[in-house]
Design a binder for this molecule. Structure first.
Ligand code: NI
Length: 251
C-alpha cells in the first residue's frame, strides 16, 4: 500500500487541495505545525477518508505558540485518525538563539506522545546530536525521523530506539549521495516513504510544488538503489507505516 507518511495538505498551497488528494492512490498523513495548521489537519481528516493526521508545534513556531495550543493538542490527541504528535523537533538552521526553548518544547510534546502512546514525527535540522539525546531519554516512544538527512553512522545509532526513517525527495537529487547510502545499507523494514508536500519535490520536478502522488517516484528510486522491485518497496514500507502509526485503515 502506497503511504505518504509526511505531507502538509494545506489549502493555501494548492489551487485545488481536493484534486491533489484525489490524485494520490493511497494513504496520506498530514502534519500540523502551529495552531492554524493543526486545525486544518483536524478538519481535513474528517472530510477525507484516505487522510490521517498528526498534531504538533514545529520548532519554527517556538516563539509564537501559546499554552492553550498545547492544551488543544492534548484535547484532540485521542481523536479518531490522529496517529501521532508532529511535526516537532529541533531546527538550528535559521535560529540558534532559541535552542533551549526548542529543546523544552520538543521534549514536552514527546511526553504527551508517551502519555497517550502516540508516535512522534521528528523534524531535525542541523541539530541531530541534541535530537538524539532528547529521544534517548524516552526510549519507549515510537519515532519517525522525517526527511532523514544525517549520516549512515548516525542512523545506526538511532536503531537502538523504535525509530523509522522517512525517505523523501532528496534521495532523487544528484547531491543526495549520503541519503542514498543510508537507503542502500538500512533494511527496508526501517524505511518509510514521504513527500513533505508541498516542499521538496523529487526529480524531475525539483523546485515545483510537490504533491503526495509523487511518493511513487520515491518508491521507484529506493527500488533502484536496493535492486528490488517497486512493488516490494511499496508493500513493505506500507506495512511499516501501518505498524509504526497503528494506522486503522478501516476508518
Ligand atoms: Ni514537514
Amino acid at each position: 500500500m502506497l503511504v505518504d507518511t509526511h505531507c502538509h495538505l494545506e489549502k493555501n498551497s494548492y489551487d485545488s487541495l481536493e484534486q491533489v488528494i484525489q490524485n494520490m492512490p493511497g494513504i496520506m498523513i498530514t502534519a500540523g505545525t502551529n495552531r492554524e495548521t493543526n486545525q486544518e489537519v483536524l478538519d481535513l481528516i474528517q472530510q477525507q477518508k484516505n487522510v490521517y493526521g498528526v498534531l504538533g508545534i514545529h520548532p519554527e513556531f517556538v516563539k509564537e505558540y501559546q499554552e492553550e495550543d498545547i492544551r488543544w493538542i492534548e484535547e484532540h490527541i485521542q481523536d479518531s485518525k490522529i496517529v501521532g504528535i508532529g511535526e516537532i523537533g529541533l531546527d538550528y538552521h535559521y535560529d540558534e538563539e532559541t535552542k533551549e526553548e526548542q529543546k523544552k518544547l520538543f521534549e514536552r510534546q514527546i511526553l504527551l506522545a508517551e502519555k497517550y502512546h502516540k508516535t512522534v514525527v521528528v523534524h531535525s535540522r542541523d541539530a541531530i546530536l541534541d535530537t538524539y539525546e532528547i529521544m534517548m531519554r524516552h526510549p519507549n516512544v515510537r519515532y519517525v525521523l522525517h526527511c532523514y538527512g544525517s549520516s549512515l553512522e548516525m542512523a545506526k545509532r538511532f536503531l537502538s530506539l523504535p525509530v523509522l526513517f522517512g525517505i523523501g525527495g532528496v534521495v532523487t537529487f544528484k547531491n543526495g549521495t549520503k541519503l542514498k547510502e543510508v537507503v542502500k545499507e538500512l533494511d527496508l523494514a526501517y524505511l518509510l516513504l514521504e513527500t513533505d508536500s508541498p516542499y521538496l519535490s523529487p526529480e524531475p520536478y525539483r523546485g515545483k510544488v510537490n504533491e503526495p502522488k509523487n511518493v511513487d517516484i520515491i518508491a521507484s528510486k529506493i527500488a533502484e538503489i536496493k535492486g528490488i522491485s517497486k512493488e516490494e518497496v511499496i508493500e513493505i514500507t506500507g506495512q511499516n507505516a501501518v505498524c509504526q502509526f497503528d494506522l486503522d485503515i478501516s476508518l
